[in-house]
Design a protein. Sequence first.
Length: 173
Amino acid sequence: MNECYERTYGTKPKEYSLPLEKNDHPELDNSAVVSPDEIVLFQSHIGCFQWCVTLGRFDIATAVMTLSRYRVAPRQGHLDRAKRILGYLKKYKYGAIRIRTGLPDHSKFVDQAFDWMYSVYGSVTEDLPKNAPVLFGKRVVMSTYKDANLYHDWTTGRAVTGILHFLNGTPVD
């Protein structure tokens, strides 16, 4: 990646600790629209970033989603942000998904008791299959973490939601 960056831009990528600056709003960028060659370059960067996210680099997902809306007509500021993501990936090039089979410790989370028997559906019972296979093997805990920025885009007011699903300690989606 570094050699490609040097060949394209004539310099080594600067390393960054975050994929985008804190409180950055690319939708407010009013720098010059880039040339057709730079548009292709920007689109190539976005495509590579999307593959990185698919392969497990969830840490850049929001930055990639934010910049990908400018693929048709990026501005110089958007291309600079893409370079920043490249610098972030250079600094943290060994980021990887680790397979962790141990059960997570959820003792710090308060379990909210709710009796689903008396919900809007009335008094219901759960139908369990009579021919279900016998359970065997180790226990698996599925955990879901979510967060949202309800006013992510200052021009449209659109929100962004992030969700991570884990099986035991391993992210799966």
